[in-house]
Design a protein around this ligand. Structure first.
Ligand code: SF4
Length: 426
């Protein structure tokens, strides 16, 4: 029995209770939304992570992508990235490894990660196909399904499945004449396979079988986003919405089977495209939780894409997205290192928190912080800010010499102190 099936039967499970307590919501409200599919709690019992709710009425959550590449593979570094992501407050971690012993990497990371753990199983199917048969397009339908099953058995809590990359959506993509046709790695595997073999995407064709595997292990499916735009020029186009229409139908089938689903989107897009994208997605999927990659609101800032992603993520969260996939400063340039991972998580957490405030959640946290700022209570500020380590480091770097209560920006001319002194005299 999956969490969703229990919820559909009216049962309030421990996971639902934990999520309700963390979010300050009634357990019955969370149960109803899990039953309908507007909230997911990715929780494979074989891993049993902390219960994190994603979706309607919840705080916006942050995911950190880590993992090796074929170019650079260091398990110890990936483990450190997982630890740093957790310490920085990531609510979920995805292992996108494509280099080294993928089963071992996953096993080791699962031991460290105590929040929902996600993967893209088609990566392993494609890489195994290269090893055994010479090319990604030689992977078989069994390779793909076995990869989903093996990873579910290992304890993966949510798995990306590019079910919207079908013969039909690929045809539309070809007619779209995009500037950059596709930037999703998993999407590219499926598109190449479809074009080479002239057959339908196996996980679309046999979606019921995928649901059977996901249901058996209570693994949430993240229906992704092969057609996400890789540049502003390609945002919100026909190919993207064709994929979304397909995914919307599959979300309903998953709900009928009691399998939790999220939907991924939308990639690079200018700011005015964000709100309509989210409105259409929520309508078509009947309020499925939205897991957004970016959105990246400009293409021209490599080295600073964590800021670009945070701007788009804050807007997306405000307009109703539920789950932000972080972007690191290394995006589009290289495999991120440990510092990049921390920067990425913090940037996305700021975006998520800004969106929460705009949605009327956690406003009081900022009011309390402002009170501490007015009292020049540095201890309290450091204990309640998003990145205490960095804040302390800055204060230490240039300590105030003349007025130790203030900071070295104004010293004796501290506006807060001057105003406080004269206000209290009158
Ligand atoms: S010294 Fe200036 S910047 Fe520092 S706390 Fe006072 S007013 Fe703010």
């Amino acid at each position: 029995m999956t969490i969703m099936q229990d919820a559909q039967k009216g049962i309030i499970t421990d996971e639902i209770r934990e999520v309700a307590a963390a979010e300050g919501m009634e357990p019955e409200v969370v149960r109803r939304r899990v039953a309908k599919g507007s909230i997911v709690i990715p929780h494979n019992p074989a891993h049993s992570p902390r219960s994190i709710g994603i979706g309607k009425g919840m705080r916006v959550k942050v995911n950190a992508n880590i993992g090796t590449s074929m170019e650079y593979c260091n398990l110890e570094e990936e483990k450190e990235k997982a630890r740093v992501s957790l310490a920085a407050g990531a609510h979920a971690i995805m292992d996108l490894s494509t280099g080294g012993d993928l089963d071992e990497i996953r096993t080791e990371l699962l031991k460290i990660v105590d929040v929902p753990f996600g993967t893209v199983p088609v990566y392993q199917a494609g890489i195994d196909a290269i090893d055994k048969r010479g090319a990604i397009v030689d992977m078989t339908s069994d390779d793909i399904f076995n990869s989903f099953r093996n990873q579910a058995r290992q304890g993966v809590d949510f798995a990306v499945s590019h079910v919207g990359v079908t013969k039909e959506s690929v045809e539309r993509l070809k007619r779209q004449h995009r500037l950059i046709p596709m930037v999703s790695r998993g999407g590219a595997f499926h598109m190449a396979w479809i074009l080479h073999n002239g057959e339908e995407n196996p996980i679309y064709k046999e979606f019921d079988y995928l649901l059977e595997i996901a249901g058996e292990y209570d693994m949430t499916l993240s229906l992704g986003d092969g057609m996400r735009s890789g540049g502003l020029y390609d945002s919100n186009d026909r190919a993207k919405f064709q994929e979304l229409l397909i995914i919307g139908e599959l979300v309903e089938r998953a709900r009928e089977a009691g399998v939790q689903t999220m939907v991924e989107g939308p990639g690079h897009m200018p700011m005015p495209d964000i709100e309509p994208n989210i409105m259409v997605m929520k309508k078509i999927t009947k309020e499925a939780p939205y897991f957004v990659l970016g959105p990246l609101v400009t293409d021209i800032a490599p080295g600073y894409d964590h800021i670009v992603g945070a701007i788009g993520g804050a807007m997306a969260g405000y307009y109703g997205a539920d789950f932000l996939c972080y972007v690191t400063p290394a995006e589009h340039l290289s495999l991120p290192d440990v510092d990049d991972v921390k920067e990425g998580v913090i940037a996305s957490r700021i975006a998520a928190h800004a969106a929460d405030i705009a949605r009327g959640i956690d406003y009081d946290v900022d009011t309390e912080f402002s009170r501490a700022r007015h009292e020049l209570d540095w201890k309290k500020m450091f204990s309640s800010c998003i990145d205490p380590e960095k804040a302390k480091e800055y204060r230490k770097r240039r300590k105030p010499t003349e007025d130790p209560k203030a900071c070295s920006m104004c010293g004796k001319l501290c506006a807060i102190e001057i105003v406080e002194r004269y206000l209290s005299e009158n």
